[in-house]
Design a protein around this ligand. Structure first.
Ligand code: PRP
Length: 199
């Protein structure tokens, strides 16, 4: 946990000039495009939940940056908490098993819950969380994800507030990692396959 230290020199270079890193194939979604989409989602959510008790639940670790940006674009009163799960362990393939590492501290009973994710891939994580949350007496449970990789879906799950659809590439940055690194890249980037392929 927490191996991506801000004192890492290579990572600091990346924040200023991501395209200079040999591990990055290309920038897939720029920070400007992400910010525009986050603003848009914040406006829609503010309108849809006007007068309702809303709790945002961020799914750690990947969603921490998106949730931080999104909550500042929401103009209605809102509570928030985090839940920590892991399904990818230290590699690039989903294990299919969703491990609950940290549960939320707030009660979601009689509240409107919006699960905030960085990416929907197979959909297994959100499917599991939606089912889990629904047993806790919320008024509603909906999903908001900044990125969506529909081509990888294994379960049918509705993403109520969808940001940007992306192709089936291994992406890093804006909270997303490879083996706990690269979460601090401000753009969504494609990882060079040489970093994770050893054949
Ligand atoms: C990633 C991502 C989502 C999940 C999506 O989390 O943040 O939670 O995978 O994949 P799925 O749709 O196939 O279930 P990961 O397990 O890598 O943990 P992390 O957020 O701590 O990086």
């Amino acid at each position: 946990m927490g191996t991506n230290k801000s004192t890492n020199n290579a990572a600091n270079v990346a924040v200023n000039n991501v395209t200079n890193r040999s591990e990055i194939k290309e920038v897939l979604v720029s920070r400007e495009k992400i910010a525009e989409k986050v603003r848009e989602l914040g406006q829609i959510i503010s309108k849809d939940y006007e007068g309702k008790e809303l709790v945002l639940i961020g799914v750690l670790k990947g969603a921490f940056i998106f949730l931080a940006d999104l909550i500042r674009e929401i103009t209605i009163p809102v509570d928030m908490d985090f839940i920590a799960v892991s399904s990818y362990a230290d590699g690039t393939k989903s294990s299919g098993v969703v491990r609950l590492i940290k549960d939320m501290d707030v009660s979601i009973s009689d509240k409107h819950v919006l699960i905030v994710e960085d990416i929907v891939d197979t959909g297994l994580t959100l499917n599991h969380l939606k089912n889990l949350f629904s047993t806790r007496g919320p008024k509603s449970v909906k999903i908001c994800s900044i990125f969506d990789k529909p081509s990888r879906r294994l379960v049918d799950i509705n993403v109520d507030y969808k940001g940007i659809e992306i192709p089936n590439e291994f992406v890093i940055g804006y909270g997303l990692d490879f083996a706990e690194r690269y979460r601090n890249l401000p753009d969504l980037c494609i990882l060079d396959p040489n970093v994770y392929r050893h054949d």
